[in-house]
Design a protein. Structure first.
Length: 57
């Protein structure tokens, strides 16, 4: 189903953002603005995934 594929795609992007956040946190002088934006994007994806999942049921 197309909806399930979209959820998988968003999940993959969500995981990529988590990796980027962890990479940024490991840097000696992490960029707070970049971290905030990455976290905001990750939250938006999580919310979209949850919305799509609720539409499946």
């Amino acid at each position: 189903m197309a909806l399930e594929a979209r959820i998988r795609e968003l999940g993959s992007r969500h995981q990529s953002l988590e990796t980027a956040i962890q990479d940024e946190l490991r840097r000696p002088s992490s960029d707070d603005l970049r971290l905030r934006e990455l976290k905001r994007q990750k939250l938006r994806l999580k919310e979209e995934i949850e919305t799509l999942r609720s539409n499946l049921h």
